[in-house]
Design a protein. Structure first.
Length: 251
């Protein structure tokens, strides 16, 4: 029986990402990590710190995908509203997590600072914690939604703690071959190959290197034999166009 694909969406939350002041690296890490677990990221969005936008995006994604991963907006400041929005999306109240509160209180601080930090101890009713091996406050999970920090090192620690705890499907594999051909020189052949192998995604990515135009051809799918068959057809198309296939890679 063919394994069912397990899918995911990622929401990157934060005005600082949209403004360009902060460069997001979390999507790359999440996609590669959960992909190796057999979870396919099918969609990603970068959204602002606006309640209506976050609530709508969360409710949309959690119903269309097996899992939703969010990053950002769970810190101590006024614009860290992700936790509030997740609670609103599920229609539940917020409660203080004793485990997170205990971690926060380990670091003495003036009352005003401690009050701000304690915002991070709030989680929606019904949520469970996501471990944070950096020693800081945890993230949380509610149903199929995983809410993690925006700081890459912390997010990676949280995500890593989920390994082996999620449902998985077939792992997507890849084949890559490079040709010093313009895309238009091989487009017709690629279209035919893709039509013959609908279960494999064939992508064409142009580049300019060593004063020459070229194209990287990437094949992605879960069927190793189909991938290998497509690779051979792509290599044959490159040769037929008068060039030599180069840098064949398997992933």
């Amino acid at each position: 029986m063919k394994q069912r694909a397990i899918t995911a969406s990622v929401l990157i939350i934060g005005n600082e990402i949209l403004s360009g002041r902060t460069q997001d690296t979390n999507l790359n890490h999440i996609s590669l990590t959960v992909g190796s677990w057999g979870i396919q990221v099918r969609e990603a969005r970068v959204i602002p710190d606006l309640e209506e936008v976050i609530v709508t995006a969360v409710n949309d994604a959690r119903t269309r995908f097996d899992y939703l991963f969010t990053t950002g907006g769970i810190g101590p400041t006024h614009d860290d509203i992700t936790t509030d929005c997740i609670a609103a999306a599920f229609g539940v109240d917020l409660v203080e997590s004793p485990e997170i509160a205990a971690i926060i209180r380990r670091r003495p601080a003036p009352p005003a600072v401690m009050e701000a930090r304690m915002r991070m101890a709030r989680i929606p009713v019904g949520a469970t914690l996501i471990d944070n091996t950096t020693g800081g406050p945890q993230g949380f999970r509610i149903e199929n939604v995983f809410v993690m920090a925006g700081i890459p090192m912390v997010m990676q620690a949280m995500l890593g703690s989920l390994e082996g705890k999620l449902e998985s499907g077939p792992v997507v594999r890849s084949r890559t071959v490079t040709a010093y051909l313009g895309e238009s020189q091989i487009a017709g052949a690629l279209g035919v190959i893709q039509e013959n192998h609908p279960e494999i995604d064939l992508g064409s990515y142009p580049f300019f290197k060593n004063d020459r135009y070229g194209t990287s051809l990437v094949m992605r799918g879960t069927d190793e034999s189909a991938l290998n068959a497509m690779l051979e057809e792509v290599k044959a198309a490159i040769i037929a166009a008068g060039e030599t296939p180069q840098d064949v890679q398997q992933g």
